[in-house]
Design a protein around this ligand. Structure first.
Ligand SMILES: NC(=O)c1ccc[n+]([C@@H]2O[C@H](COP(=O)([O-])OP(=O)(O)OC[C@H]3O[C@@H](n4cnc5c(N)ncnc54)[C@H](O)[C@@H]3O)[C@@H](O)[C@H]2O)c1
Length: 241
Protein backbone atom coordinates (compact mmCIF):
# COMPACT_ATOMS: atom_id res chain seq x y z
CA UNK A 1 0.00 0.00 0.00
CA UNK A 2 1.45 3.38 -1.03
CA UNK A 3 1.02 5.96 1.71
CA UNK A 4 1.60 9.63 2.52
CA UNK A 5 2.70 11.05 5.87
CA UNK A 6 1.35 14.53 6.70
CA UNK A 7 3.65 16.29 9.17
CA UNK A 8 6.52 14.18 7.88
CA UNK A 9 9.25 16.52 9.20
CA UNK A 10 7.97 16.29 12.77
CA UNK A 11 8.88 14.00 15.66
CA UNK A 12 6.08 11.54 14.88
CA UNK A 13 6.34 11.88 11.09
CA UNK A 14 10.00 10.87 11.13
CA UNK A 15 9.33 7.93 13.43
CA UNK A 16 6.53 6.64 11.19
CA UNK A 17 8.79 6.89 8.13
CA UNK A 18 11.51 4.89 9.92
CA UNK A 19 9.09 2.21 11.08
CA UNK A 20 7.31 1.83 7.74
CA UNK A 21 10.52 0.79 6.02
CA UNK A 22 10.42 -2.87 5.05
CA UNK A 23 6.69 -3.23 5.80
CA UNK A 24 3.77 -3.57 3.36
CA UNK A 25 3.22 0.20 3.73
CA UNK A 26 5.47 2.12 1.34
CA UNK A 27 5.89 5.84 2.08
CA UNK A 28 5.78 7.58 -1.31
CA UNK A 29 5.00 11.13 -0.09
CA UNK A 30 6.43 12.96 2.91
CA UNK A 31 4.26 16.09 3.15
CA UNK A 32 5.21 19.02 5.39
CA UNK A 33 5.50 22.81 5.26
CA UNK A 34 9.18 22.44 6.23
CA UNK A 35 11.90 22.88 3.61
CA UNK A 36 12.84 19.81 1.59
CA UNK A 37 9.49 18.04 2.01
CA UNK A 38 6.59 17.45 -0.41
CA UNK A 39 3.85 20.10 -0.47
CA UNK A 40 1.18 17.69 -1.79
CA UNK A 41 0.84 13.92 -1.81
CA UNK A 42 1.44 12.02 -5.07
CA UNK A 43 -1.48 10.78 -7.24
CA UNK A 44 -0.40 7.17 -6.52
CA UNK A 45 -1.07 7.50 -2.75
CA UNK A 46 -3.60 4.99 -1.37
CA UNK A 47 -3.83 6.18 2.25
CA UNK A 48 -2.70 8.99 4.58
CA UNK A 49 -1.31 9.16 8.12
CA UNK A 50 -1.57 12.62 9.68
CA UNK A 51 0.58 13.75 12.63
CA UNK A 52 0.78 17.45 11.78
CA UNK A 53 -0.98 20.49 13.28
CA UNK A 54 -4.70 20.88 13.96
CA UNK A 55 -5.23 23.58 11.29
CA UNK A 56 -3.87 21.23 8.60
CA UNK A 57 -6.20 18.33 9.33
CA UNK A 58 -9.65 19.33 7.98
CA UNK A 59 -8.48 20.50 4.51
CA UNK A 60 -6.32 17.39 4.10
CA UNK A 61 -9.10 15.04 5.20
CA UNK A 62 -11.50 16.73 2.75
CA UNK A 63 -8.97 16.25 -0.05
CA UNK A 64 -8.59 12.57 0.91
CA UNK A 65 -12.39 12.21 0.96
CA UNK A 66 -12.60 13.61 -2.58
CA UNK A 67 -10.02 11.00 -3.64
CA UNK A 68 -11.54 8.11 -1.63
CA UNK A 69 -8.43 7.53 0.50
CA UNK A 70 -8.46 5.95 3.99
CA UNK A 71 -7.10 8.38 6.58
CA UNK A 72 -5.48 8.02 10.02
CA UNK A 73 -5.57 11.09 12.29
CA UNK A 74 -3.01 11.23 15.08
CA UNK A 75 -2.98 15.03 15.30
CA UNK A 76 -4.68 16.31 18.45
CA UNK A 77 -6.12 19.67 19.52
CA UNK A 78 -8.74 20.01 16.75
CA UNK A 79 -11.27 22.80 17.29
CA UNK A 80 -14.99 21.83 17.35
CA UNK A 81 -15.39 23.30 13.81
CA UNK A 82 -12.45 21.30 12.51
CA UNK A 83 -13.89 18.16 14.09
CA UNK A 84 -17.26 18.76 12.37
CA UNK A 85 -15.44 18.85 9.00
CA UNK A 86 -13.63 15.58 9.84
CA UNK A 87 -16.93 13.94 10.84
CA UNK A 88 -18.50 15.08 7.54
CA UNK A 89 -15.60 13.59 5.54
CA UNK A 90 -16.08 10.30 7.41
CA UNK A 91 -19.35 9.88 5.49
CA UNK A 92 -17.19 9.27 2.41
CA UNK A 93 -14.03 7.49 3.64
CA UNK A 94 -12.86 5.34 6.57
CA UNK A 95 -11.10 7.54 9.14
CA UNK A 96 -9.31 6.22 12.21
CA UNK A 97 -8.96 8.95 14.82
CA UNK A 98 -7.32 8.44 18.19
CA UNK A 99 -5.55 10.66 20.69
CA UNK A 100 -3.22 7.75 21.36
CA UNK A 101 -2.19 4.87 19.10
CA UNK A 102 -0.26 2.81 21.68
CA UNK A 103 -1.52 -0.60 22.79
CA UNK A 104 -0.77 0.22 26.44
CA UNK A 105 -2.88 3.38 26.56
CA UNK A 106 -5.79 1.68 24.86
CA UNK A 107 -5.63 -1.02 27.54
CA UNK A 108 -5.40 1.77 30.16
CA UNK A 109 -8.68 3.23 28.86
CA UNK A 110 -10.41 -0.09 29.56
CA UNK A 111 -8.89 -0.29 33.07
CA UNK A 112 -9.89 3.29 33.91
CA UNK A 113 -13.47 2.77 32.79
CA UNK A 114 -13.68 -0.37 34.95
CA UNK A 115 -12.01 1.27 37.97
CA UNK A 116 -14.38 4.26 37.78
CA UNK A 117 -17.37 1.92 37.84
CA UNK A 118 -16.07 -0.36 40.61
CA UNK A 119 -14.70 2.37 42.91
CA UNK A 120 -17.76 4.61 42.69
CA UNK A 121 -18.36 8.26 43.57
CA UNK A 122 -16.56 8.24 46.98
CA UNK A 123 -13.28 8.08 45.06
CA UNK A 124 -12.31 11.47 43.56
CA UNK A 125 -10.82 11.27 40.06
CA UNK A 126 -7.77 13.39 39.21
CA UNK A 127 -5.83 12.96 35.95
CA UNK A 128 -2.29 14.23 35.36
CA UNK A 129 -0.32 14.21 32.14
CA UNK A 130 3.26 15.25 31.42
CA UNK A 131 4.83 15.88 28.01
CA UNK A 132 8.00 17.42 26.52
CA UNK A 133 8.32 21.19 26.39
CA UNK A 134 7.57 21.37 22.62
CA UNK A 135 4.02 20.04 22.84
CA UNK A 136 1.63 22.71 21.57
CA UNK A 137 -1.80 21.67 22.89
CA UNK A 138 -3.03 21.00 26.43
CA UNK A 139 -4.34 18.88 27.92
CA UNK A 140 -3.15 15.98 25.78
CA UNK A 141 -5.61 14.13 23.58
CA UNK A 142 -4.85 11.06 25.70
CA UNK A 143 -5.75 12.84 28.96
CA UNK A 144 -9.10 13.80 27.40
CA UNK A 145 -9.69 10.21 26.32
CA UNK A 146 -8.91 9.03 29.87
CA UNK A 147 -11.27 11.65 31.34
CA UNK A 148 -14.04 10.48 28.98
CA UNK A 149 -13.39 6.82 29.91
CA UNK A 150 -13.63 7.73 33.62
CA UNK A 151 -16.84 9.71 33.01
CA UNK A 152 -18.33 6.79 31.06
CA UNK A 153 -17.44 4.41 33.92
CA UNK A 154 -19.19 6.76 36.36
CA UNK A 155 -22.16 7.38 34.09
CA UNK A 156 -21.43 11.12 34.13
CA UNK A 157 -21.39 13.69 31.30
CA UNK A 158 -18.10 14.81 29.71
CA UNK A 159 -17.82 17.86 31.93
CA UNK A 160 -14.26 18.34 33.20
CA UNK A 161 -12.20 20.81 35.26
CA UNK A 162 -8.85 21.81 33.69
CA UNK A 163 -6.36 22.85 36.41
CA UNK A 164 -7.21 24.87 39.51
CA UNK A 165 -6.22 28.31 40.66
CA UNK A 166 -7.34 30.85 43.29
CA UNK A 167 -10.28 30.69 45.68
CA UNK A 168 -11.74 27.46 44.37
CA UNK A 169 -13.68 26.30 47.46
CA UNK A 170 -14.20 22.66 48.36
CA UNK A 171 -13.97 19.99 45.72
CA UNK A 172 -17.50 19.25 44.45
CA UNK A 173 -18.56 15.60 44.53
CA UNK A 174 -18.18 13.86 41.20
CA UNK A 175 -15.71 16.35 39.71
CA UNK A 176 -13.19 14.94 37.22
CA UNK A 177 -10.10 17.15 36.95
CA UNK A 178 -7.27 17.16 34.39
CA UNK A 179 -3.83 18.74 34.93
CA UNK A 180 -1.10 19.28 32.30
CA UNK A 181 2.63 19.38 33.09
CA UNK A 182 5.26 20.34 30.50
CA UNK A 183 9.02 19.91 30.54
CA UNK A 184 12.14 18.22 29.26
CA UNK A 185 11.87 15.45 26.72
CA UNK A 186 9.05 13.40 28.30
CA UNK A 187 7.40 11.36 25.51
CA UNK A 188 4.09 11.06 27.40
CA UNK A 189 3.14 10.13 30.99
CA UNK A 190 -0.46 9.77 32.17
CA UNK A 191 -1.83 8.92 35.61
CA UNK A 192 -5.45 8.51 36.65
CA UNK A 193 -5.85 8.75 40.42
CA UNK A 194 -8.88 7.54 42.37
CA UNK A 195 -8.58 9.19 45.80
CA UNK A 196 -10.80 7.76 48.55
CA UNK A 197 -10.80 8.51 52.30
CA UNK A 198 -8.94 5.32 53.19
CA UNK A 199 -6.88 4.55 50.10
CA UNK A 200 -5.78 5.78 46.69
CA UNK A 201 -5.58 3.85 43.46
CA UNK A 202 -3.29 5.18 40.71
CA UNK A 203 -3.16 3.77 37.19
CA UNK A 204 -0.15 5.01 35.21
CA UNK A 205 1.17 4.69 31.68
CA UNK A 206 4.59 5.96 30.57
CA UNK A 207 5.47 6.01 26.89
CA UNK A 208 9.21 5.49 26.43
CA UNK A 209 9.49 5.78 22.67
CA UNK A 210 7.30 7.43 19.99
CA UNK A 211 7.56 4.14 18.10
CA UNK A 212 4.73 2.93 20.39
CA UNK A 213 2.37 5.44 18.67
CA UNK A 214 3.92 5.11 15.21
CA UNK A 215 3.48 1.34 15.10
CA UNK A 216 -0.19 1.69 16.09
CA UNK A 217 -0.84 4.35 13.44
CA UNK A 218 0.68 2.17 10.69
CA UNK A 219 -1.40 -0.77 11.86
CA UNK A 220 -4.52 1.46 11.83
CA UNK A 221 -4.01 2.50 8.20
CA UNK A 222 -3.49 -1.08 7.01
CA UNK A 223 -6.66 -2.02 8.94
CA UNK A 224 -8.68 0.91 7.49
CA UNK A 225 -7.96 0.02 3.86
CA UNK A 226 -11.15 -1.29 2.25
CA UNK A 227 -13.40 -0.60 5.30
CA UNK A 228 -16.74 1.15 4.87
CA UNK A 229 -16.80 4.92 5.41
CA UNK A 230 -17.02 6.01 9.04
CA UNK A 231 -15.06 7.17 12.07
CA UNK A 232 -13.14 4.41 13.82
CA UNK A 233 -10.93 4.39 16.92
CA UNK A 234 -8.04 2.21 18.07
CA UNK A 235 -10.63 0.19 20.03
CA UNK A 236 -11.97 -0.95 16.65
CA UNK A 237 -8.49 -1.57 15.21
CA UNK A 238 -7.43 -3.62 18.25
CA UNK A 239 -10.70 -5.53 18.26
CA UNK A 240 -11.86 -4.38 21.74
CA UNK A 241 -15.37 -3.74 20.38
N1 LIG B 1 -2.38 10.19 18.63
C1 LIG B 1 -1.16 9.88 19.10
O1 LIG B 1 -0.86 8.71 19.44
C2 LIG B 1 -0.13 10.96 19.17
C3 LIG B 1 1.18 10.69 19.61
C4 LIG B 1 2.12 11.72 19.57
C5 LIG B 1 1.76 12.97 19.06
N2 LIG B 1 0.48 13.20 18.67
C6 LIG B 1 0.05 14.47 18.07
O2 LIG B 1 0.56 14.51 16.73
C7 LIG B 1 0.83 15.87 16.36
C8 LIG B 1 2.27 16.01 15.92
O3 LIG B 1 3.15 15.73 17.01
P1 LIG B 1 4.73 15.88 16.87
O4 LIG B 1 5.28 15.70 18.23
O5 LIG B 1 5.23 15.02 15.74
O6 LIG B 1 4.80 17.44 16.45
P2 LIG B 1 5.93 18.20 15.63
O7 LIG B 1 5.70 19.63 15.90
O8 LIG B 1 7.27 17.59 15.88
O9 LIG B 1 5.54 17.87 14.10
C9 LIG B 1 4.44 18.44 13.43
C10 LIG B 1 4.84 18.64 11.97
O10 LIG B 1 3.68 19.09 11.26
C11 LIG B 1 4.10 20.03 10.31
N3 LIG B 1 3.00 20.87 9.86
C12 LIG B 1 2.43 21.94 10.48
N4 LIG B 1 1.46 22.46 9.71
C13 LIG B 1 1.42 21.70 8.58
C14 LIG B 1 0.64 21.75 7.39
N5 LIG B 1 -0.30 22.70 7.21
N6 LIG B 1 0.86 20.82 6.43
C15 LIG B 1 1.81 19.87 6.60
N7 LIG B 1 2.59 19.77 7.70
C16 LIG B 1 2.39 20.69 8.66
C17 LIG B 1 5.19 20.84 11.04
O11 LIG B 1 6.02 21.53 10.12
C18 LIG B 1 5.92 19.71 11.79
O12 LIG B 1 7.00 19.20 11.02
C19 LIG B 1 0.44 16.69 17.60
O13 LIG B 1 -0.88 17.14 17.44
C20 LIG B 1 0.55 15.70 18.75
O14 LIG B 1 -0.25 16.04 19.85
C21 LIG B 1 -0.46 12.21 18.70
Amino acid sequence: MKIAILGAAGRMGRKIFELAEGTELEVVSRVDIADGFDREWAPSVEGVIDFSFHTAVAPAVEKAAAQGLPYVIGTTGLTPDEQVRVDAAAKLIPIVQSGNYSLGVNLLLELVRKAATVLGPEYDIEITEMHHRHKKDAPSGTALMLAKAAAAGRGRPNDFVFGRHGDIGERPAGEIAVHALRGGSVVGDHTVMFAGDLERVEITHKAQDRAAFAAGALKALAWAKGRPAGIYTMRNVLGFD
